[in-house]
Design a protein around this ligand. Structure first.
Ligand code: SF4
Ligand code: SF4
Length: 100
């Protein structure tokens, strides 16, 4: 799974360190491509077996859940938004006193 992050940092955390992207269950995916047609960020691509894959996970917009309901097979999963809250709470604090 290769990727070029869409942006460098998210709240001071490298995009590659934010595990926010869809996951496809290949056992359920029918390869209908509805997710790829829906997402404007190039996250999905066709796989070698005719199914769709998450080709560029870090191009997924952090916090976006929009494609969650486009999959007719229920094969797509995105993280719960609580994951972001926990991630932000756990990030290292900078010494600026909240000014940055
Ligand atoms: S959550 Fe949003 S940005 Fe991410 S793959 Fe789905 S539609 Fe694209
Ligand atoms: S919408 Fe669902 S079934 Fe269709 S290609 Fe995407 S993950 Fe597979």
């Amino acid at each position: 799974m290769s990727d070029t992050p869409s942006s460098g940092l998210c709240f001071g955390i490298k995009r590659e360190h934010v595990p926010w992207y869809p996951v496809i269950d290949p056992a359920l995916c029918t390869g209908c491509n509805a997710c790829a047609e829906f997402c404007r960020h190039g996250v999905y691509a066709g796989g070698l077996d005719g199914k769709t894959v998450v080709a560029r996970p870090f191009s997924c917009v952090i916090g976006c859940h929009r494609c969650d309901e486009v999959c007719p097979a229920g094969a797509l999963t995105l993280p719960p938004k609580e994951m972001l809250t926990k991630l932000l709470a756990s990030r290292p604090q900078c010494s600026c006193g909240g000014k940055c």
